[in-house]
Design a protein around this ligand. Structure first.
Ligand SMILES: [Zn+2]
Length: 253
């Protein structure tokens, strides 16, 4: 469903993305306690898509501070969440919309057990308008939220292809042992590669199409990028991604 991370900071956990429901968060923490029984220092939300943060409702009840982008609230528009529409009433039980209470405007560093946690807000839309990067130097680990998918085609619906590629290239040139995305089990430096390759090829193909004067419909029909066809969500998202990116890139011409 989504990568919820429990980072062992020595005598507490840092939770990165609380998941899609109250019950999910509650179960996740109780499983983590069987591995190491310790409290939670903070919960972080990498962005405002609801599969990543509705579990806040459980952590809020425990009185834990929640960290998110200053743009978080702007991105939450709906009364009824996507999860509410898509999971059973029973699975959604006790879930309420609880927002972060500590906001990152640009950069901020906090310390847990003498280990630094560096937050940096992605300015402008990349995957969404509320993307937050979390870097833990002592663990050489960068958490990128949904800027990284390695088991499915990314969705450009709320994003911007140019800014997204920029963030991935920046991460690629950094020296991280682990880069952890919002979905998919790959966590080494190559976890970025599929998303980056897809977005770069999409942009190259669209720039050619625009140079040749193709209209949006012809671009959607001709830019099929067959080598990505077997990746999950291709059928649902690819055509829509071509359309969204076309509208962004036509302004470059
Ligand atoms: Zn997302």
């Amino acid at each position: 469903m989504v990568n919820s991370c429990f980072v062992d900071m020595g005598d507490s956990y840092l939770v990165i993305d609380s998941g899609p429901t109250y019950n999910y968060a509650k179960e996740a923490y109780s499983l983590m306690k069987t591995i190491k029984n310790q409290p939670i220092a903070y919960v972080v939300n990498t962005h405002a898509h609801d599969d990543h943060w509705l579990g806040n409702s459980y952590y809020k009840q425990l009185g834990i501070d929640i960290i998110g982008s200053v743009k978080f609230k702007n991105e939450v528009k709906v009364e009824q969440t996507r999860m509410q529409k898509n999971v059973t009433k029973q699975a959604y039980e006790h879930t309420t919309q609880e927002f972060p209470n500590i906001f990152i405007e640009d950069k901020k560093t906090i310390s847990i057990n003498d280990q630094e946690i560096n937050f940096s807000r992605v300015h402008d839309k990349a995957h969404s308008s509320s993307d937050l990067l979390v870097y833990i130097p002592s663990k050489s680990t960068l958490f990128m939220g949904d800027l990284v998918f390695n088991d499915r085609i990314p969705s450009l619906r709320d994003g911007n292809i140019n800014r997204w590629i920029e963030e991935l290239e920046k991460a690629k040139s950094g020296k991280y042992t682990f880069i952890i995305g919002g979905h998919g089990s790959m966590v080494n430096q190559h976890s970025i590669d599929i998303t980056l390759a897809y977005l770069v090829e999409l942009r190259d193909e669209l720039r050619n199409a625009l140079d040749e004067g193709l209209d949006i419909e012809d671009a959607i029909n001709s830019i099929t990028m067959d080598k990505f066809k077997n990746i999950a969500m291709y059928d649902v998202l690819h055509r829509q991604n071509v359309e969204t990116a076309y509208r962004t890139l036509e302004w470059e011409q």
